[in-house]
Design a binder for this molecule. Structure first.
Ligand code: HEC
Ligand code: HEC
Length: 279
């Protein structure tokens, strides 16, 4: 064993080229190697600090983030962990979800959740928009992630934008939310809610963060301009008296077809009875 080991070592050594007897140049080469190693380590460390989530927490938190941290400790830490790293069977890690996800979840009243269920639903918010923003700031400074643009008005303007947004909505969203955004059922007790009575920031945040069973529409899938066009379309729907489709059970074309079918059948039966009565 030892001899084999030794053989391998000497074999390995013998593979190295003979460097001649110049101790000075070898010393310099060693120094060069050491220098390169240090440089590589420094570079790797730098790259790591730039890209690693959570490293920014080494920096002191801003005042808003500190306020947010205090609110977080009281309202969220029991399920998401003291440092937002998540708690098994209670809540997922919030590292990297960004302020956009926090704002969406808290302002729609989904968070703080009260219990585990198939789909945590919208409720009257328990925290103010200001508090939601501060918790969002804390989560943002802790681990980065998607952020919403500034301002409350995130809709593109103009007829073209509305038409374009309608097209994008039909391609990307209607399969779950219905053509008129009234929502629809998904599998196993889950559903896509109606998109009404919800702010432009919340619509933007839903696209950007993909809550629960909704897919994420990052800026590669839908550019910020396209998101604004979709919002313009949805805003326009609000003012539009007849967005198309009947408001039957909010289930969309299936229930419409069924209703037409039932009405037709009843009419047929009555016609048949009437004819039978006459003869
Ligand atoms: C009772 C437990 C509970 C409490 C309290 C709670 N959460 Fe959650 N939270 C959850 C669960 C469970 C989910 C995962 C929901 C899902 O995707 O099915 C979640 C999801 C989230 C998400 C979405 C994560 C993502 O990947 O997009 C955010 C953001 C969030 N919570 C923030 C908060 C904030 C902020 C608070 C405090 C104001 C809070 N939560 C309080 C249980 C909780
Ligand atoms: C695969 C199905 C699916 C697709 C596609 C989808 N959504 Fe959703 N959406 C959902 C589900 C499920 C929820 C509910 C998530 C929750 O309760 O956390 C949701 C929630 C939302 C909400 C929040 C509604 C509220 O009342 O809180 C908005 C806004 C929204 N979606 C917009 C969109 C837009 C815009 C698109 C297209 C770009 C889209 N969705 C595509 C399934 C989908």
């Amino acid at each position: 064993m030892t001899s084999e080991h030794h053989a391998r070592r000497t074999g390995w050594r013998s593979l190295r080229p003979w460097r001649g007897g110049q101790p000075r140049s070898r010393g310099r080469r060693r120094l060069g190697r050491a220098f390169r190693l240090v440089a590589a380590l420094a570079l790797a460390g730098g790259v790591y600090t730039v890209f690693a989530p959570g490293v920014s927490s080494a920096q002191p938190l801003s005042q808003d983030a500190q306020d947010g941290q205090a609110l977080y400790a009281v309202n969220c830490a029991s399920c998401h962990g003291p440092n937002a790293q998540g708690v098994t069977n209670r809540g997922p890690s919030l590292i990297g979800v960004g302020s956009a996800a926090v704002e969406f979840q808290v302002t729609t009243g989904r968070m703080p959740a009260t219990r585990q269920e198939a789909q945590i639903e919208e409720k009257p918010p328990q925290l103010s928009d200001e508090q939601a923003r501060k918790i969002g700031q804390y989560i943002q400074e802790l681990g980065g992630g998607p952020q919403l643009p500034e301002g409350n008005d995130l809709a593109a303007t103009g007829e073209d934008a509305i038409a374009q947004g309608g097209e994008l909505f039909r391609i990307n969203c209607a399969s779950c939310h219905g053509n008129a955004g009234r929502g629809g059922a998904l599998s196993s007790g889950k559903f896509a809610p109606s998109i009404s009575g919800i702010s432009q920031r919340q619509i933007y945040a839903a696209m950007l963060t993909g809550p629960q069973n909704m897919p994420v529409f990052g800026d590669n899938q839908l550019t910020p301009d396209q998101k604004r066009e979709i919002i313009a379309y949805l805003e326009n729907l609000k003012h539009d008296k007849d967005p198309g489709g009947w408001n039957i059970g909010r289930v969309g074309p299936v229930s419409e077809g069924l209703a037409i079918f039932l009405v037709g059948m009843v009419a047929l039966v009555f016609t048949a009875l009437w004819i039978a009565g006459k003869s």
